[in-house]
Design a protein around this ligand. Structure first.
Ligand code: UGA
Length: 442
């Protein structure tokens, strides 16, 4: 089956490479000539474990090609996926659909056969209707079924998530759309991945509801973590204790510095706008967005406390370990590290940092921060070491070496990577998230 994917960002490239790996004949299209040139040279535009090897294998097998020419890319394709970005529109938080609409128009103008057009980008309810209208307005005389097929993959685990999904959601309005999508996902269906068929608007909403629910789960446990610190409880045990209830489930209950990334912040805002416009405002999601924003800034204050309070902190140095919004990505979008670095800089603290993959993208976002060659390089001379992102490389730091290099044995662990008793036994002043200890209980 021939498949075209418009947009070679995270979702487009991973989907395209995985579809090719299933045996489909895939063309990935992107307007950005330099991105396509680099892909032809085997250079990935993003850091995602396993993606380069998957792309290389499928390019060599002749199943995966790249082009900037949309009209050429979609020629003969049974399914055309729209996987371009839908950033937050500046000012109002609505999803910006400029790129989605532009692709729909170009597809309508170039189409010379019947096909299914699939929105894989995260798009507000009703976008499929608009895509259908745009294509019809181009005067396209062929049968086009517009389908919604949201993607649920996580950065850093994208290939596994795509190939072994909890579910595939397909919103279609006719049999042609449903049957074509069944063929697209046949290899996954054979692996027993469940497929939920529904209508287009429901499918579009499922994506936002899923992300908003996950963001709510994280924000809930983060608030419980604050409460734990006040009342002398341990949030990790609270997570385990509630997560063992099958109705709650153990995942996404890891307390931390607040969620970030390219999806939760943008999608919660877009859902709020949709809900408001529809006259069914979501108070819960509104609170989640506010609480999460406040939390990221509060993490800076936590570090200042560890440095002896705002007065004492002035002129001291903090070492940030991890800058990306989560490990195994180079993505800095809405990373809590940005708010932490900002708060520390504002308080007159000098900030050094190290991240295994994120420093190139982080540097322009935090110009006052000194980027270092290694974790230990950042730690040297620091008055506090702060774990902001839980990269594996920071899970087994040589604590004796950290103590030798640092100016003071102060560790702030915003991801609860370490055990309080062990770190304190190694002679550190240790603060973490929602785990009452000698320093944290009051
Ligand atoms: C998220 C969803 O998990 C995917 O299902 C979805 O497809 C994707 O958004 C999207 O809409 O494209 P992603 O943003 O890659 O994926 O990352 P997550 O692993 O979900 O993490 C998001 C944020 O929540 C990170 O900042 C992470 O540190 C934080 N988080 C996650 C927690 O603080 N605690 C947790 O227990 C889990």
């Amino acid at each position: 089956m021939k498949i075209a994917v418009a947009g070679s960002g995270y979702v487009g490239l991973v989907s395209g490479a995985c579809f090719a790996d299933f045996g489909h004949d895939v063309v990935c299209v992107d307007k950005d000539q330099s991105k396509i040139d680099r892909l032809h040279d085997g250079v990935m535009p993003i850091y995602e474990p396993g993606l380069d090897a998957l792309v290389e294998t499928n390019v060599k097998a002749g199943r995966l090609t790249f082009t900037t020419d949309l009209a050429e890319g979609i020629r003969g394709a049974a399914a055309i996926f729209i996987a371009v970005g839908t950033p937050s529109r500046r000012g109002d938080g609505h999803a910006d659909l400029t790129y989605v609409h532009a692709v729909a128009r170009e597809v309508g103008e170039a189409l010379a056969h019947d096909c299914v057009v699939v929105t894989k980008s995260t798009v507000p309810v009703g976008t499929g209707d608009e895509v259908e209208r745009i294509i019809a307005d181009t005067g396209c005389a062929h049968r086009v079924s517009v389908v919604s097929n949201p993607e649920f993959l996580r950065e850093g685990a994208a290939i596994g998530d795509f190939k072994r999904p909890d579910r595939i959601v397909i919103g279609a309005e006719d049999d042609f759309g449903r049957e074509t999508m069944r063929q697209v996902y046949r290899p996954l269906h054979l692996n027993q991945s469940p497929i939920l068929f529904t209508n287009r608007r429901t499918s579009e909403l499922i994506k936002y509801a899923a992300n908003a629910f996950l963001a709510t789960k994280i924000t809930f446990i983060n608030e419980m973590a604050d409460l734990c610190e006040k009342v002398g409880a341990d949030v990790q045990d609270v997570s385990r204790g509630i997560g063992m209830d099958g109705r709650i489930g153990p995942k996404f209950l890891h307390a931390g510095p607040g969620y970030g990334g390219s999806c939760f912040p943008k999608d919660t805002l877009a859902l709020l706008k949709t809900a408001e416009d529809a006259g069914a405002p979501s108070r819960i999601v509104e609170a989640v967005v506010k609480v999460n924003d406040t939390r990221k800034r509060a993490m800076g204050r936590k570090v200042l406390d560890a440095l002896g309070g705002p007065e004492a902190a002035r002129g001291k140095t903090a070492a940030l370990l991890g800058l990306t919004f989560k490990p195994n990505t180079d993505d800095m979008r809405d990373s809590p590290a940005i708010a932490v670095a900002q708060a520390l800089g504002d308080a007159g603290v000098e900030v050094k940092a190290y991240d295994p993959e994120g420093m190139e993208l982080a540097a322009p976002l935090m110009p006052a921060v000194t980027m270092c060659k290694s974790a230990y390089d950042a730690i040297e001379g620091a008055d506090a070491v702060v774990i902001v992102t839980e990269w594996d490389a920071f899970r087994a730091l040589d604590l004796a070496r950290v103590k030798d290099l640092a100016n003071a044995p102060v560790l702030v662990d915003l991801r609860n990577v370490y055990r309080p008793d062990e770190v304190r036994a190694a002679g550190f002043e240790y603060s973490s998230i929602g785990r009452a200890g000698p320093k944290e209980a009051s």
